[in-house]
Design a protein around this ligand. Structure first.
Ligand code: GDP
Ligand code: CA
Length: 308
């Protein structure tokens, strides 16, 4: 079985491909919760919702988050009341959030996520990295900003200095994450092309996770989120620049600090530099489900070729 680590959009795209080529019992998708926050009395889980909506085929692909066919009557009314309108929640999306709020306290985030996945007819396992709250706080040249204040309210414009994950020391990996890590059938770990600093680092910051990943002695392969040294969308390249790490294969390998056995990179990055680990060079832009399937299959085959 394959363990995939994912953030939002980039993670969801590859996860959808993995789910298309692997049977449900052979894949576990573990998702970042560092972006989660309490807003308007609700718990917002952007990456979990993006992965569920994408695998369920109901995501708004053009917008990059939320549901397709969304309407905004709630946001309009909220604005007229002078409410906090910097974070958009569509009318349909609001139903997800109110349902999650109603279940919280009785159910874990893992159980709530499994419930949503079942409602979307997703057979594959999607789980949060942890059922305990972990909140990313970004240290910028404007001071410390709660994650969504940095990312959405300030559009990731302030200069990034560092990030910390509030609550991570007390957080335990979710049952599905532990089960995948302990699974004797675990073949490989795939780090999806998510933002390394914002989406993958919180997962790796869980106590004991890096050591556990290392000790499994299965190939760990990342799919680069960079094409031609640039992010498809979002601030991944800007942040790497601001922390002084190149958006190249070697830069990515050094960011992950010896964790990786291989990287899947785009043809556009093949001539940049040579990291000290295995590379698989292909077309990494996932425009549609056939790209997602192809990249997922190639990544699995590449990871299997690295089995020690
Ligand atoms: P977020 O949580 O919604 O910001 O999403 P992620 O962290 O999962 O993913 C953001 C990253 O996905 C960005 O750095 C993009 O470059 C990357 N990304 C998005 N689409 C693709 C794609 O089709 N191919 C590759 N290789 N990367 C992608
Ligand atoms: Ca995210």
């Amino acid at each position: 079985m394959i363990l995939a680590l994912a953030g939002g959009v980039g993670g969801a795209r590859l996860a959808k491909g993995l789910a298309a080529v692997l049977p449900p019992e052979h894949l576990s998708i573990i998702v970042n919760v560092g972006d989660d926050f309490e807003h308007l009395g609700l718990l917002v889980c952007p990456d979990l919702d993006t992965v569920c909506y994408t695998l369920g085929g109901v995501n708004n692909a053009a917008q990059g988050w939320g549901l397709e066919g969304e309407s905004w009557a709630f946001m309009d009314a909220l604005s007229k009341l002078g409410g906090e309108n910097w974070f958009n929640l569509g009318d349909r999306d609001l139903a997800t959030h109110i349902t999650r709020k109603a279940m919280l306290g009785r159910e874990t985030l893992s159980a709530i996520t499994a419930y949503f996945a079942a409602k979307l007819s997703i057979a594959h396992k999607i789980a949060p990295m942890s059922d305990d709250p972990v909140r990313s706080i970004v240290h910028t040249d404007e001071g410390e900003l709660a994650f969504q204040h940095y990312f959405v309210r300030r559009r990731a414009e302030p200069r990034f200095r560092s990030i910390r994950f509030d609550g991570v020391e007390q957080a335990r990996p979710s049952p599905a994450f532990m089960a995948a890590l302990d699974n004797p059938e675990l073949e490989a770990i795939i780090i999806c092309p998510s933002n390394p600093v914002l989406s993958i680092a919180p997962i790796l910051a869980l106590p004991g996770i890096r050591a556990r990943l290392d000790s499994r002695k299965v190939p760990i392969v990342a799919v680069s989120p960079f094409i031609g040294g640039k992010a498809i969308k979002g601030p991944a390249a800007k942040i790497m620049d601001e922390i002084g790490i190149a958006t190249t294969p070697a830069g990515l390998a050094s960011y992950y600090g010896g964790l990786l056995d291989g990287i899947v990179i785009d043809h556009a990055d093949s001539a940049t530099d040579e990291p000290n680990i295995a590379l698989h060079v292909t077309d990494t832009l996932m425009r549609d489900i056939s790209d997602q399937r192809r990249l997922a299959s190639e990544t699995i085959l590449f990871a299997r070729s690295l089995i020690r």
